[in-house]
Design a protein around this ligand. Sequence first.
Ligand code: SF4
Ligand code: SF4
Length: 380
Amino acid sequence: MIIHSQKRSFGKGCNVSLFTLGTMRATENLDKMYSLIKNAHHAGINHLETAASYGKAEILIGEALKKLENSEGIIKKKWIITTKVLPKGDFNYLKNNFENSLKNLKLNKIHNLAIHGINLDEHLDWVLNGEGEKFLKWVIKKGFVEQIGFSSHGSYSLIEKTINRDLFSFCNLHLHFLDQSKISLAQLALKKNMGVLAISPADKGGKLYSPSNILLKASAPYHPLELAYRFLISKGITTLSLGATKFEDFNIAKKLMNSNQKLASTEITALENIEKLANEELKASKCEQCRSCLPCPSEIPIPEILRLRNISIGYGQLEFAKERYNLIGRAGHWWEEKNASFCLECNECVPRCPSKLNIPDLLKQTHKLLVENPKKRLWD
Ligand code: SF4
Ligand code: SF4
């Protein structure tokens, strides 16, 4: 069966669907990968995103695509595939790993290759001047990739610098309705004709598949996740990653596979309602994310911690905020390193806050609200 879904141009590469199947959670066995890719196809998805570091994902994709072509007539060549390499190692290590990725995916060349996690200045330097540069020149010269991109969980200024090097044709960023701090970076990338993928807007975007009563009430008649997806699509974000694990996870993507249009007035009203209700919950204690309070002598990421407070109290997504808060200091350069307990109560930040927030007090409250024993990470 031919599925018609809208596609958008993704950098210099082939056009991709509004949703992308992320395969980090699909690594149990071939049956699971096969069924997720098949469901993705029926939801109009033509783009798969993976990485050599996602366990057996590349091997399972290679097998599943072959099986889908043989048993369902879903043609392998029609899939657009992105894989990623971590910014580490020397040329030979990278070359061997990349050749392994091609072998596992059963491909001679790949559409998109991303440097996975330009999170620190030294990672960018590795790409521009180090072994990374040598490796990228080699894959391009050999014609093994159509385009090169990057993903980043790093700071705003590092991502901005990376985009402005004009080396990459696409980027994967944290872009969420509940955290719009990187939307302007996505717009900068889009202006440069780069493709932009939103990393996990459902899960990392606030566990929106499991919304609070506050969100449900404010979003009516829409589901909060549907609204969050539509918000990103309407901002021109090329494609949204979907870390599906079961059939139901495709329902909203299926509904929105052709939703490449401006927001309707009812959607705008629902999005405004969410903000209105969140403001009512937070009253005068809302952190506006302006970052004027920085730098903190104790290197506390004040806006990030107070954003989790906004999300837990304002939007009611307490479990999500707890999970993110308790990851602080446990994820290396993939997330923040210091939680609110490092506040020295020096009060240096207080006069810098235009919202006149009592920052040390709010940090203390947030720590009390969110701290618990950390859970094991998906890829620990
Ligand atoms: S009061 Fe706490 S958060 Fe503010 S600058 Fe001092 S140490 Fe940093
Ligand atoms: S200055 Fe105030 S409002 Fe701005 S990010 Fe810092 S705490 Fe939030």
